[in-house]
Design a protein around this ligand. Structure first.
Ligand SMILES: Cc1cccc(C2=C(c3ccc4ncccc4n3)CNN2)n1
Length: 311
């Protein structure tokens, strides 16, 4: 496959490799190219993508892993679907969404996470997977308005039958800005797989918060300031710098117990009110208070169906 890939241009820079737009047999695909020094992450992401039954509408669609041997050495590459609307982070910087779109995006992220987190039992079932680097840059916007989750190099898998996690989980990984409090102060219980799932839900609550900020009411209300979108903002951008240290995050999350602001206007709209309640449960200091992805998905699916009936 690698020989049939024509790289068009670079479209992103990940933690482990660069992402390019490429052409494969006339179709656009995304290709992540790893420099040979990162072959651990290439292997790990390949392994996760090849997990039995991983495929899902809200998980980035994997096409192939391949090696391109060239004069300069071997280039490891992973090939996936191409999503022309790009990452959720980039999309929200440039666009606002109405609350109907907000519910669809949030529900699709919860649905992808629930698919990762839940086991599928049976002889060839799917293990539970915790992502460990959930953030708006690792989520892509699809043309149907739903989102899909990408970047699995840091993920861990749990085989519930053998009760074991597939790698010795190095305790503090991920993006510091989105790290759960228990990850920041290294009190996460790495022997309990559910601890990784509730840390994912904390990070997801920050992505939901980014989504709510950029949402406006669905119907035109004469542009009253109460119901307009807020400008794009990274979580905690008002409290930490552009590249926060673990200590910066510890001061905010644990010493001050701070969380992003929930504006008053979110209480005036049913959809925003329901999602802000989900957000506050999911970023709770106590991981056991946070909602499971499956619960969030079910709540948002009901919201999606009910509000559609009312409109
Ligand atoms: C395994 C793999 C291969 C190719 C890209 C990616 C990836 C991303 C990706 C995938 C498709 C895209 N389509 C359009 C724009 C950006 C994209 N980024 C973002 N983080 N990882 N992952």
């Amino acid at each position: 496959i690698a020989k049939q890939i024509v790289i068009e241009r670079q479209i992103g820079e990940g933690r482990f490799g660069k992402v390019c737009l490429a052409n494969w047999r006339g179709a656009h695909v995304a290709v992540k190219i790893f420099t040979t020094i990162n072959d651990q992450s290439w292997l790990r992401e390949t392994e996760i993508y090849q997990t039995v039954l991983l495929r899902h509408d809200n998980i980035l669609g994997f096409i192939a892993a391949d090696l391109k041997v060239s004069v300069g050495g071997a280039q490891m590459m992973l090939i996936t679907e191409y999503h022309k609307r790009g990452s959720l982070h980039d999309f929200l910087k440039e666009n606002t969404i109405d609350t109907a779109q907000l519910v669809v995006m949030a529900r699709s992220i919860a649905s992808g996470l629930a698919h990762l987190h839940e086991p599928i039992n049976g002889t060839h079932g799917k293990p539970c997977i915790a992502h460990r680097d959930i953030k708006s840059r690792n989520i892509l916007v699809k043309t149907d308005g739903e989102c899909c989750i990408a970047d699995f190099a840091l993920a861990v898998r749990y085989d519930s039958r053998r009760n074991e996690i597939d790698i010795a989980p190095n305790s503090r990984v991920g993006t510091r800005r989105y790290m759960a409090p228990e990850v920041v102060n290294d009190t996460i219980d790495v022997t309990s797989f559910s601890a990784f799932k509730s840390a994912d839900m904390y990070s997801a609550s920050l992505v939901f918060w980014e989504l709510c900020r950029r949402s406006r009411q669905s119907w035109p209300v004469g542009g009253s300031p109460m119901l307009q979108a807020d400008e794009y903002m990274l979580p905690y951008a008002n409290l930490v710098g552009p590249d926060p240290s673990v200590d910066d995050m510890r001061l905010v999350l644990i010493v001050q117990g701070a969380r992003p602001d929930i504006p008053m206007r979110w209480k005036c709209d049913n959809r925003l009110r329901v999602i802000s309640e989900i957000i506050q449960f999911c970023w709770h200091q106590n991981p056991n208070v946070r909602l499971a992805a499956l619960r969030v998905m079910k709540t948002l699916r009901k919201l999606e169906d009910s509000e559609t009936l009312e409109n």
